[in-house]
Design a protein around this ligand. Sequence first.
Ligand SMILES: C[S@@+](CC[C@H](N)C(=O)[O-])C[C@H]1O[C@@H](n2cnc3c(N)ncnc32)[C@H](O)[C@@H]1O
Length: 342
Amino acid sequence: MGGGAFLVARSVRGIEDVVAAEIGRRGVGEVVATGHREVRFRARRAADVAGLATADDVFVLVADVDGIGRSRAGLARLAAAVAASDLDAGLAVRAECGGPPGTTVEVSASFLGRRSFTRFDVEDAVGAALAARLRLAYHSRRDGRRPPEGGVSWRVTLVDDRASVAVRVGARPLHRRAWKVASVPGTLHPPLAAAMVALAGVGPGDVVLDPCCGAGTVAVEAARAGAVALGADLDPVAVAASARNGRGSAVRWLRADAGALPVAAGSVRRVLLNPPWGRRVEPAGMLARRPDQLGREVRRVLAPGGSAVALVPDGAGVAGLRVERRVPVALAGSRLAILVLG
Ligand SMILES: C[S@@+](CC[C@H](N)C(=O)[O-])C[C@H]1O[C@@H](n2cnc3c(N)ncnc32)[C@H](O)[C@@H]1O
């Protein structure tokens, strides 16, 4: 594909290695660098890029521009570099990844540290240069307006003196799942659920249980990895949301208390757990009275050689289960951890 083009997968902080492992395991590409919330790779199978489950989004890298500095002179330098770069090559790789042709240009910029320009100044400088080269209309976000649907999204990231300019492979971010049509309070970001599935080593045909399934994010992601999944929740509203999200997936839903599961002992290979931890969702039923019952039930239903993976606030555990691996993650200001439990 496209002359050895580099792609950048963006990720939740803490699961960059999980994203890199998925890129390698699925033969999607060859990882060349892993950094803060991103994994750079060379694609091997462009058509499979959009199927990466643990990445928030994927972009084709079009230009790396040095010498941007902190003054406004950097904006002109950046715009000139964008105008001179091989945009067609980047867009050709995007098309190989399945990205549809766009009718407009939109740009989103971010940077660290103080500068004498704003992110909107960066977006407008790059957007104008792209629009002129591509002969498309540019939609600024400066006034808080949302760009229209159907645009090609470009991203500019400034770190120290260097700007990276990249184009999104798809029409929308990868973390936005078409199947997720229903939600509940405390529902999980799908790539984080996919990271739990990956860290649990879920494979085709594995029987997987999520005993506090909420809107079913973890169970649906497990089913998409080939598992035969079961999602349970005490709240009937959550079970109904799960059923809507899981339409067409290999998941069975039931209303049950995670402290007394109607599941046979030793019948589950992997338990995936995103328990209520009293911030956005309170434990109910038996978990409110006897929280230690959760770990007991998980141990009871696990088959010999089975294991559990839990997403919990950093520092917490699941009573009665030993932590074999801890992956700290940061999401929307919360410090969490994915625990692989024995
Ligand atoms: C953090 S939310 C799970 C969110 C879910 N992972 C998602 O993506 O939507 C925790 C869930 O635990 C459920 N819950 C609370 N007490 C329960 C109990 N005793 N048994 C089963 N589920 C319970 C809540 O109804 C809530 O849906």
